[in-house]
Ligand binder design. Structure first.
Ligand code: AMP
Length: 408
């Protein structure tokens, strides 16, 4: 097993990594860092939780070290590395990592994203910074108002590129590419290697090294994946009782639609749970507040939609619950990747009603690891439609009931 020092990182970075308590590089770090240090373009397939952020942030900081200067002059701090991410939350997390790993080097990093006022971001940009983390739309706003100059960018990172494509950021990406030098290093990270991602890589990367740490679309092995068959009308009551029964320290609950996030949050609140919600209809301030409360452990439950939860890194999160299965099975992989991170064990429980058999089949195709079926006594539907092999091996789970039973 190589150490971080073996990878050839600068002493300031080794100190920062040690201060974080990392003893050895994760597989993606071990594989990607030497190539990024050597200046190669890179196509990285890595799920969240694999340590991929440090896999690009550390070597970028190393490469920018010759430019590190305590000078206050903005002219001495042009943007040299640009990291594009699909969501605000992910952007904030990468910026935090960049500040953490770079704390012993006089390099500046900062983050811009939409949904908050422009002026504080403009002020930060005008003061100068070497590493800029941004969501595409807001970056273009700043470029349009000439508060940011990207002509000295030498490293470009597209993080969660698959999600950026899903969210329709392609035109924005093209516009941004036109603003940065052609001569540069480009890194593209994606949880999955779909055909559109391969096409994007062909366009954006020159002679890239490919680094793949988990088999394609394979779900995290540290996560115990449970299917709970449920009567479609009893999901809420089951959720509330499951939260009591399992007694996880915290749980992240995924729903498919924004309205459901609100309704479910209200229900859980009335039923005595400390809950926050995070979804696209909340403004940025509310989202930050909810996330902060959850990360600080003040809220035990967070109800989220896929877009809002993209890339979230919640330390030691023990459980993810799929209140319903996602329409896109790749979202399942992302969702359950929020738990079982960095080697910890996690549990992912998915509620599945008989009308979700198609979605279940897609999830089963994608997850090589087995799914366990636990039948929640008193909430289960008729099991005829469920895959026989799952039903045959199912176990019964009694619930700590408090919610009033729903009338049939
Ligand atoms: P990421 O996949 O980048 O979101 O990282 C997932 C988590 O792993 C973060 O909480 C990191 O702080 C943590 N992490 C990253 N690299 C290491 C490492 N080498 N050893 C232990 N933890 C790490």
């Amino acid at each position: 097993m190589p150490t971080f020092a073996d990878l050839g990182l600068a002493p300031e970075l080794l100190r920062a990594v040690e201060a974080e308590g990392y003893t050895e590089p994760t597989p993606i770090q071990e594989q990607a860092i030497p190539h990024v240090l050597a200046g190669r373009d890179l196509l990285g397939a890595a799920q969240t939780g694999t340590g991929k952020t440090a896999a690009f942030v550390l070597p970028i900081l190393h490469r920018l070290k010759p430019f590190a200067t305590p000078s206050p002059s903005p002219a001495r701090h042009p943007v040299r590395a640009l990291v594009l991410t699909p969501t605000r939350e992910l952007a904030v997390q990468i910026a935090e990592s960049s500040a953490t790993y770079g704390k012993f080097l006089p390099l500046r990093s900062g983050v811009v994203y939409g949904g908050v006022p422009m002026p504080p971001q403009q002020k930060m940009l005008l003061a100068g910074l070497e590493i800029l983390i941004a969501t595409p739309g807001r970056l273009l706003d700043h470029a349009g108002s000439k508060t940011v100059n990207l002509s000295q960018v030498s490293v470009l990172v597209l993080d969660e590129a698959d999600r950026m494509l899903d969210m329709g950021f392609m035109p924005d990406l093209k516009r941004i590419l036109a603003l940065i030098p052609k001569q540069r290093q480009s890194l593209l990270f994606s949880a999955t290697f779909s055909e559109p991602i391969r096409a994007l890589a062909q366009d954006f990367l020159i002679d890239p090294v490919t680094v793949e740490v988990a088999r394609r679309n394979q779900t995290n092995e540290n996560v115990r994946q449970v299917i709970m068959p449920v009567d479609d009308r009893r999901r809420r009551a089951l959720l509330s009782d499951l939260l009591r029964t399992r007694n996880w320290e915290q749980a992240l609950v995924f729903v498919n639609r924004k309205v459901e996030a609100n309704r479910l949050g209200d229900f859980l609140h009335r039923d005595g749970h400390h809950v926050v919600e995070i979804h696209g209809d909340k403004d940025q301030k509310q989202r930050n507040k909810a996330l902060a409360a959850f990360k600080a452990g003040e809220a035990r439950v967070m109800v989220a939609t896929d877009v809002a939860a993209r890339g979230l890194d919640i330390e030691g999160l023990p459980a993810v619950i799929n209140y319903e299965l996602p329409f896109d099975p790749e979202d399942y992989v992302h969702r359950i990747g929020r738990t079982g991170r960095a080697g910890a064990l996690g549990e992912a429980v998915s509620f599945v009603a008989p009308n979700e058999m198609e979605k279940l089949a897609l999830v089963r195709k994608l997850t090589k690891a087995g799914l366990f079926m636990e039948i929640p006594v008193g909430y289960e539907p008729i099991l005829l439609d469920f895959p026989r092999d799952l039903v045959a091996k199912a176990t019964m789970t009694r619930m700590n009931r408090r919610s009033a039973p729903v009338r049939r």
